[in-house]
Ligand binder design. Structure first.
Ligand SMILES: Cc1ncc(COP(=O)(O)O)c(C=O)c1O
Length: 397
């Protein structure tokens, strides 16, 4: 395969550090390296607290569960979610007994169709769960204005947006809490892994507890004595303060995280340079393409195509496939087409999500894409649109 969606982004040095760690440690389960990674992540990301878990999906689940508990949301209360995102932006809402209320996306930053949010707000609306899709920061000022006026909470899914910014502030610290994924193929990787960021001490404490069975001993030591005094009849080692899961990660993954984080700014810079070159390649063919999803503050996740015509999309996708370039839908297209979500709404109620579903796909972006591949893409793009232009010319003669 000439250009895969995902590649191994672990560097030789990362592996070396991991191997040395394995040889020297007697502790593999969550311990000091996890805490060290959390501190390093908080310093890089800009949030007061970070909680390392085993995936971005788990991060979303813990955040939703913690928010429900902190604010005493009732079962069936409503959370506004986008019609195009990754599925585990939606499933935590259901898993926590809440109701997802879907809103169409816009075709500029691929976040919510902001106008439509107001129309779905009801007295039961508790939060808007934003996805900064493909690394493009959503319009947080607009969302904040909307939410603050109504005491609705904002939460951010930044699983595709490490280092994306709004007015110089990194996403994940622009709302009650934010999640990140370190899955293979994201801006940095711990192979599997995720992080929750928050400035809210209650949310932090709840996430730490829920990460590990609800056990009191998981909290930082400064909290221990109060709980011991309050529950003298229970062995503190087995004191459960809330409903929990087990979504811990390991020291091994934290070691990788600490190393990968050292490269992250460089990775993001290269991804964004690739994206700029990609836009230059497409620029002469604007009449055929809907564009673009790259704005100030973007931290490019992938290189997306959105064609005006579905038949052009299909033909171009087939052409690059033949040339060994892998592609995939824009995340999963219109989620309302997914069998288990059909009960919430009909796909046609989300015309922009439908457009993305039918007319869009993306190819991979990472720090190893390189000049050769971009050059090849340029040739394929030029060839394709020249053929179309010629056939259009013939058709009008
Ligand atoms: C927007 C979004 N949210 C959540 C996730 C879930 O992350 P993970 O794969 O680490 O569970 C992903 C993963 O790709 C994602 O793209």
């Amino acid at each position: 395969m000439f250009w895969k969606l995902q590649e191994n982004i672990l560097e030789g040095g990362d592996i070396e550090v991991l191997v040395n760690f394995i040889r020297s440690t007697a502790r593999f389960t969550q311990f000091e390296k996890v805490r060290e990674f959390e501190r390093a992540w908080s310093a890089w990301q800009g949030s007061k607290y970070s909680v390392f878990v085993n995936s971005g999906s788990s991060a979303n689940l813990l955040m939703m569960s913690a928010m429900k508990e902190k604010y005493g949301w009732d079962d069936k209360d409503e959370i506004i979610v986008p019609a195009v995102t990754w599925i585990t932006n939606i499933t935590p809402v259901l898993q926590c007994g809440l109701t997802p209320v879907f809103v169409d996306v816009n075709l500029t930053d691929l976040s919510f169709d902001y106008e439509k949010i107001e129309r779905v707000i009801t007295p039961k609306t508790r939060a808007i769960f934003i996805t900064h899709l493909l690394g493009v920061p959503a319009d947080m000022k607009r969302l904040r204005k909307l939410a603050e006026a109504r005491d609705i909470k904002l939460m951010e899914d930044c699983c595709e947006a490490h280092g994306a910014t709004v007015d110089g502030v990194k996403v994940g610290s622009l709302s009650s809490c934010g999640s990140f994924s370190f899955y293979w193929g994201h801006h940095m990787t711990t192979v599997e892994g995720g992080m929750i960021c928050t400035d809210d001490e209650d949310i932090y404490r709840l996430c730490v507890l829920k990460r590990s069975h609800g056990l009191a001993r998981e909290l930082p030591e400064s909290y221990h004595s109060a709980h011991k005094e309050k529950h003298p009849d229970i062995d503190f080692q087995f004191l459960f303060l809330t409903e929990g899961y087990n979504v811990r990660n390991t020291e091994l993954h934290a070691v990788l995280g600490i190393e990968q984080l050292k490269h992250l700014d460089r990775y993001i810079r290269i991804r964004n340079e690739n994206h700029r070159k990609f836009l230059e390649i497409l620029a002469p063919y604007k009449e055929f393409l809907h564009f673009s999803t790259f704005r100030e503050g973007t931290s490019s996740f992938s290189l997306p195509f959105l064609f005006h015509k579905k038949e052009h999309k299909e033909a171009f996708q087939a052409k690059i496939r033949k040339a060994g370039i892998e592609s995939r839908p824009v995340i999963s297209g219109n989620l309302m087409r997914q069998p288990f979500l059909k009960k919430f709404a009909h796909p046609s109620q989300f015309p922009n999500a439908e457009f993305v579903h039918e007319h869009g796909f993306y190819i991979g972006n990472n720090q190893f894409v390189g000049e050769d591949r971009l050059q090849k893409l340029q040739e394929l793009v030029a060839e394709f649109f020249t053929e179309i232009s010629v056939s259009l010319l013939h058709a009008t003669k």
